[in-house]
Design a protein around this ligand. Structure first.
Ligand code: FPP
Length: 228
């Protein structure tokens, strides 16, 4: 059973929602909202030191996001390419280990190659930033259950060993921005005992101060994991 006596969130997961609305309110194209969303990611990753967070998992592109217009999908993929180009060195320097969760090998070949290189170069980082790309939690659990079945018994431990997150602690805290209150097929297994915080802030406006406020709210919560 996960244990967190000091009230420290080791693993924080974020559903970064509201880029489109942020842009719409300013009469700007959605692409600009996503671009500002990436800037919010960059600032947040820079602020992780000293928070106690060992892993930050960000929902960047779900397996359902392919339903968006082709132009928006292509904008998001280009942002990903640019992000790796501009930020990889900083990840390496700051000892951030990049991890990708999801069926990312199905993305365009050049992105796959860039990600493979980025994973290799950041492999020795001390804290993890996991980016969910082409990710769907139900698909992940079904695949893990199939793999467990091939090995023998389908137990919770066996399933867990086959999740993308097998090497990560369970999610302690989920934050979703923009006022939406749902999980959208994100880390359903991993969040079995997670605390959840939903904030009205739109993702491009989310700052390290918002994260600190969420962590301090988390620290006050009493987690019982089904006990009393
Ligand atoms: C939700 O806002 C946001 C997304 C579907 C994309 C999130 C992606 C980023 C912030 C870029 C991530 C990039 C890196 C490099 C990690 P929405 O478009 O659904 O907003 P809306 O609900 O207001 O329309």
């Amino acid at each position: 059973m996960p244990d967190n006596p000091q009230g420290v969130a080791r693993h924080v997961a974020i559903i970064m929602d509201g880029n489109g609305r942020w842009a719409k309110r300013r009469g700007l194209p959605r692409a600009i909202g996503h671009k500002r969303g990436v800037e919010a990611v960059r600032t947040l990753v820079r602020s992780l030191e000293g928070t106690g967070i060992e892993c930050l998992t960000l929902y960047a592109f779900s397996s359902e996001n392919w339903k968006r217009p082709e132009e928006e999908v292509s904008d998001l993929m280009n942002l990903m390419r640019n992000f790796i180009r501009t930020d990889l060195e900083e990840f390496v320097k700051n000892r951030v280990r990049l991890k990708i969760v999801g069926d990312w090998r199905a993305l365009d070949a050049d992105i796959v190659a860039m990600l493979e290189d980025a994973l290799e170069r950041t492999a020795h980082g001390t804290h993890t930033v996991a980016v969910a790309l082409n990710y769907g939690s139900q698909q992940e659990i079904a695949q893990a259950a199939q793999a467990a079945a091939r090995e023998g018994e389908i137990t919770p431990d066996a399933i867990e060993r086959h999740l993308f997150t097998a090497d990560l602690p369970p999610v302690d805290l989920l934050i979703r921005t923009s006022g939406e209150v749902r999980l959208s097929n994100f880390l359903l297994w991993q969040m079995a005992y997670a605390e959840m915080i939903f904030v009205e802030t739109l993702w491009p406006d989310f700052t390290p101060e918002h994260l600190k406020a969420a962590l301090s709210d988390f620290a006050k919560r009493e987690r019982r994991y089904g006990g009393r």
